[in-house]
Design a protein around this ligand. Structure first.
Ligand SMILES: C[S@@+](CC[C@H](N)C(=O)[O-])C[C@H]1O[C@@H](n2cnc3c(N)ncnc32)[C@H](O)[C@@H]1O
Length: 301
């Protein structure tokens, strides 16, 4: 059974959470980018070259996979930056959150697939960009390397991997003696209790080195810290909202596994989530931090 804990809250809330976070947190905190600028430039150069290349006649000018796609929102947003002939494929092992066909562009295709298992031979080596965002809560330290190797199989030579994650080490609440800090620490204890931390592995911190050691080149990382937005007129509110909604979804995942410490029932989860919301948003007596890492690497030519 998967360790991924966030597919157990009410489906409509989880769908809303993912789409809201995309528009209100992940795009704005990365300087209003859907994709890293250097990767966007690469995609646009491929489109230009291939649209003029008779060898590509009738084929998509660019092919992109989003693994662990959730609702497909990242691809839906990316579609507006590319020609309608671009091939945009989303994969997830849980298909319940997929946007229906009527609410995505026709070139965004959503399919079932597990990032931890080999991808079908016919799609291997066919993508110019593979994007991944927020698998961390489903991974053990030993999962990152095989998943990186698996993602690499999807890429064409010269293609990019862009892997965006939050690390659990900077997931902290302030003040340290607040109920919010307690709840966030409890989430980390649960994560640890399932063997998802340890052995000196701190991914996504250091994921650049892991990629360079495993068949990628030129890996680099950028980090975006929510603490940098604590005084921001809009991003303080949106980042803190995203924090309390992840607490909500995660605590319900804890209940689903049979409970952990004092979070045993749905009511326990709701009570703790409400306390976090009040402290973060209503009374503003607490602050939370998380760091968002964007790791970019290429498959050698
Ligand atoms: C936090 S959500 C993020 C969704 C999307 N990437 C986004 O940023 O909006 C993580 C998604 O990864 C999926 N997932 C987790 N582990 C996976 C795996 N091993 N293979 C495929 N999908 C996975 C979950 O089902 C979930 O939809």
């Amino acid at each position: 059974m998967s360790l991924y804990p966030l597919n157990h809250s009410e489906l409509s809330s989880e769908i809303e959470r993912l789409e809201w976070n995309h528009h209100n947190v992940f795009v704005p905190i990365t300087g209003n980018t859907v994709v890293a600028p250097e990767v966007d430039a690469y995609l646009q150069s491929l489109v230009k070259a291939r649209e003029a290349d008779p060898a590509f006649a009738g084929q998509p000018p660019v092919s992109i996979a989003d693994v662990g796609t959730g609702t497909g929102i990242w691809l839906v947003d990316l579609a507006s930056l590319l020609p309608p002939t671009a091939r945009l494929d989303g994969y997830d092992f849980n298909t319940s959150k997929f946007r229906p066909a009527a609410s995505r562009p026709p070139n965004v295709q959503l399919l079932e697939s597990n990032a931890a298992e080999p991808f079908p031979a016919e799609i291997q080596g066919t993508y110019d960009l593979v994007h991944v965002r927020l698998l961390v809560l489903g991974l053990k330290p030993s999962d990152w390397q095989p998943i990186a190797a698996n993602l690499r199989t999807l890429l064409r030579p010269g293609g990019y991997l862009v892997w965006e994650e939050i690390d659990v080490y900077h997931f902290e609440g302030f003040p340290a003696d607040s109920e919010l800090a307690d709840t966030m620490n409890q989430m980390l204890r649960f994560h640890k209790s399932r063997g998802q931390e340890g052995g000196g592995v701190t991914y996504p911190i250091g994921l650049d080195k892991l990629l360079d050691d495993n068949g990628f080149e030129g890996a680099r990382q950028e980090v975006f810290k929510t603490s940098d937005f604590w005084e921001h007129p809009t991003l303080r509110g949106t980042t803190m909202t995203s924090l309390y909604t992840i607490i909500s979804s995660y605590l319900q995942g804890m209940v689903h596994t049979g409970g952990f410490e004092d979070v045993k029932t749905k009511e326990d989860a709701v009570r703790k989530t409400s306390a976090a919301k009040v402290a973060l948003l209503d009374e503003k007596t607490a602050k939370g931090n998380f760091w968002y890492w964007r790791t970019t690497a290429r498959k050698p030519l």
